[in-house]
Design a protein. Structure first.
Length: 211
């Protein structure tokens, strides 16, 4: 039984592929090129009408979308991988909290930073980009302050780590120098995630050079 992950290298599909790899799941990665705008084409919209990536076809053929939802789905379907703390634990509640925070407070700003012209007139685009970038940095600082160390949650590695470090790799929105100087906790967490044997090849595919 195989999953099919639709996405592009360096996109939000990274976190889903990393979770699938960590779970030891059988999957196929199907490229939907952002450079070619394939996510807005008719063929992909038949898979995800919102025209956004990633999307995941479950082994039974059902389509699930939204990156945080996909991480929760994979964790629930592969409990032996321990991708989330135990059900009903305080740590599980915190995992939900921070996934929700990142998907609502950071992810929308990434789209605005990358494509400001979708939201304002051309003359206003650069100013909007800078506003969005500043919001991303502020929110990442909030996330970094919550890292228990060495993993985000005191119970150990989880999908929260994968999700948090993904945002730190989008250097156009954050900036490598700023990241290392202002939120070294998140940079250290990224290295820990990168060093996990099952995730390392996924990371190298999406974010060369490694760190």
């Amino acid at each position: 039984m195989t999953y099919v992950l639709y996405g592009d290298k360096g996109s939000g599909a990274f976190c889903v592929e990393a979770a699938l790899a960590e779970a030891g799941a059988d999957y196929r990665f199907e490229i939907i090129s952002l450079d070619k705008n394939e996510q807005r084409g008719e063929a992909y919209r038949a898979i995800n009408p919102s025209g956004k990536i990633p999307a995941l076809k479950l082994p039974g053929g059902e389509i699930v979308t939204e990156s945080a939802g996909l991480l929760l789905t994979i964790a629930d379907r592969h409990p032996a991988a321990n991708l989330l703390p135990p059900v009903q634990s305080v740590e599980r509640a915190q995992a939900y909290r921070w996934l929700a925070f990142m998907v609502s407070e950071i992810y929308p700003m990434v789209e605005i930073s990358d494509y400001p012209e979708r939201f304002v007139l051309p003359a206003e685009a650069e100013a909007l980009r800078e506003k969005a970038k500043q919001r991303i940095r502020e929110r990442l600082q909030v996330v970094a302050r919550e890292i228990a160390g060495p993993w985000f949650l005191p119970t150990g590695f989880s999908v929260v780590d994968i999700y948090a470090v993904m945002f730190s790799r989008w250097r156009g929105s954050v900036g490598k120098e700023w990241l290392e100087a202002n939120i070294p906790e998140l940079h250290a967490l990224a290295r820990k995630v990168y060093e996990r044997p099952k995730i390392m090849p996924v990371w190298q595919k999406h974010f060369p050079p490694p760190i």
